[in-house]
Design a binder for this molecule. Structure first.
Ligand code: PLP
Length: 409
């Protein structure tokens, strides 16, 4: 994919020899004839099957746009998948996917913790539509998860499993294979519960959920895929059969990304491998520094998992790298965490992650601010926890900045 990311799906002769795809900043596309317009609509609405190799014609930028289509083809290369869709945000990708497959009375099994926005969606919004949201914690055995579903099965049927692994912000790992087997065990002739994995923290370089049995891979493309903290976008990737229904929901809910964002994401994919590799290498150096530091407690960085920890086995099986996210606690709760965050100079105090600049935040009062206190407690989102996203700066400069900020604690 790192070779094909520069040109796949686009030919310069389509656009006056322009080496890059232009930004197709247009709402609508002109049909050459009325018959052509009719045919494009028939294909887009599924009334007529496209001929072998025929690409759907351009109609209107809520349905399709060249910048999005080329980008979607390139995203599929990273996951070795058939079809991808790009959205206006990670939340738009998650919400559109869940609303495609969940109906009143359905059970959504999900891991916890999840990103704060996703937590709100599954805990607050979906239950208002009659969807039964059933959480399970990292580290639970298959039997424990099964018994959680069984408690709710008299009232509904498992329709979907949603997991975030590694979880934001604790880096807890969830066994993708185990979840795929749970989804598969509820399969009937009429229903196929799908497993959707939010791969934002390690993808698309360091974890490939489809290879471990997932059906759908979700992204906040705002993070590593975008990589420059200058856009908000999301994506879902999977088989054509599973993605097509989501494409229809996207069309009617209007949750797609715009052409300019699509173009920026294509630019970003060209350096994805380089950026993430550098971020991962630097994170390893930073983690080694933090590991030795007397002020740092409960350091979470995947390569520091103990070989006896059951999470270690999941890490070895499904992750290709520890990534570039680090969380740790400082003694003294929120005041101590705030002293650390306020003292940082090079590392910026901001939510989000995966960009070229390093960021630090306080999950309990920021990204996970809306998560109920008991859930924060249960999932380890403590008052002293800080989360770091490592960028591409020089590791020595980051270590110097983190060191002086830790002295302020
Ligand atoms: N999933 C994860 C793991 C996230 O961290 C985030 C945002 O921080 C999202 C989804 C939501 O993405 P977006 O902010 O692009 O809507």
């Amino acid at each position: 994919p790192e070779s094909l990311s520069m040109g796949y799906g686009y030919r310069p002769e389509w656009s006056e020899g322009s080496i890059k795809s232009p930004i197709f900043q247009t709402s609508t596309f002109v049909f050459q004839t009325a018959e052509e317009g009719k045919h494009f609509f028939e294909i887009a609405t599924g009334q007529v099957e496209a001929e072998e190799g025929e690409r759907p014609g351009m109609i209107y930028s809520r349905l399709n746009n060249p910048d999005l289509e080329i980008l979607e083809d390139r995203l599929c290369l990273w996951e070795d998948a058939e079809m991808g869709l790009v959205f206006a945000s990670g939340m738009a990708a998650i919400a559109t996917t869940l609303l495609t497959y969940l109906r009143p009375g359905d059970i959504l099994l999900h891991s916890e913790p999840l990103y704060g926005g996703t937590t709100h969606l599954v805990n607050e919004t979906l239950p208002e539509f009659g969807i039964i949201s059933v959480p399970f914690r990292a580290g639970m055995s298959r039997e424990e998860v099964e018994s959680k579903i069984a408690e709710h099965e008299p009232h509904g049927r498992l329709a979907m499993v949603l997991i975030e692994t590694p979880a934001n912000p604790t880096l807890d790992l969830i066994d993708i294979r185990m979840c795929a087997e749970i989804a598969e065990s509820r399969r009937t002739d009429e229903r196929h519960p799908l497993l959707a994995v939010d791969n934002t923290f390690l993808g698309p370089l360091w974890q490939h959920p489809l290879q471990h049995g997932a059906d759908l891979v979700l992204y906040s493309a705002t993070k590593y895929i975008g990589g420059h903290s200058d856009l908000v976008a999301g994506a879902v990737i999977g088989s054509e059969a599973d993605i097509r229904p989501i494409a229809a929901t996207r069309t009617y809910m209007g949750t797609m990304a715009d052409a300019w964002t699509g173009w920026l994401l294509m630019r970003s994919l060209e350096t994805l491998h380089m950026r993430m590799t550098r971020q991962g290498d630097t994170a390893a150096k930073v983690a080694r520094f933090l590991e030795e530091h007397p002020t740092v407690r409960s350091l979470r960085y995947l390569d520091l998992l103990d070989a006896k920890d059951p999470q270690y086995d999941i890490y070895r099986r499904q992750c290709l790298s520890p990534g570039a996210m680090i969380s740790f606690e400082v003694d003294g709760g929120e005041p101590a965490a705030f002293r650390f965050l306020n003292a940082l100079t090079l590392v910026k105090l901001a939510v989000s992650l995966g960009g070229t600049e390093s960021l630090a935040e306080h999950p309990a009062s920021m990204t996970h601010s809306g998560v109920p206190a008991d859930e924060k407690e249960r999932t380890g989102v403590t008052a002293g926890l800080v989360r770091l996203s490592i960028g591409v700066e020089h590791p020595d400069d980051l270590i110097a900045d983190l060191g002086q900020a830790l002295r302020a604690v």
